[in-house]
Ligand binder design. Sequence first.
Ligand code: PAF
Length: 279
Amino acid sequence: MLIFKTIAETQSACAQLRGEGRILGLVPTMGALHEGHLSLVRAARAVCDVVAVSIFVNPTQFGPTEDFSKYPRTFEDDCALLKQEGVDLIFAPTVDEMYPAGASTFVLVEGVSDRLDGASRPGHFRGVTTVVSKLFHITKPHKAFFGQKDAAQVAVLRKMVRDLNFPLQLVVCPIVRESDGLALNSRNRYLSPEERQKALVLHRALEKVKDAGAGGETSAQKLVAAARDVFAEEPSVRVDYIAVVDPDTLEEVPDVRSGALVAVAAFVGTTRLIDNIVL
Ligand code: PAF
């Protein structure tokens, strides 16, 4: 398994692999890897000849009061897991390598970047699209793999790939959950045992919405109210948003008859968690 810290080495190794006619898959991550990330790696392994994983805690997608400095960094463990999964190449640059002094160019997908997490975390998606564009330019993958847990990120990246004609296929993999339903998230490791129990309210609220939808309820307002009732049972968990939206534009829809994404974000203590279902 090759481990590179520089753009030049990564660019030339990826160019060589592509030149040999191999299908290259990229799994972008911020490290602190869990089964959700490994499911992306396995999906990539299944359809690509070569799998590259980037590990980079990207400062430009964190707001000034967010957890950039305390975000879990577990590089040695991550490398061991990726080696077991048969990953071919890890790209783990420093911040200075990715953003040398004076770097002032950003990629912004207007509109969709201001919705859901983009509304709660101004500038977040500009940071995501900037770093993912750079990763795409550096590695030039045939396919790139992202998790459905970050459904808003997926919508923003899909639009970016289309609008900027990136010659690659974006592959979205299902949410991986613990046996009790908690969606896997690197930030779950911030939770105390009691908070972890409380965090299950996100999944419970979405299950209630799913049941209501299966029972024939199509009104977005009523589905949101059903989810809010569940959150009311766990008052220490602060809801950031519960939204019923079009999965591509992230604009709110009044009813779910033509399909919708139901997305929630909530603070459990100081930890912000997200989860979603597609109806
Ligand atoms: O989903 C993530 O972990 C990050 O947003 C990503 C796509 C690796 C960009 O930093």
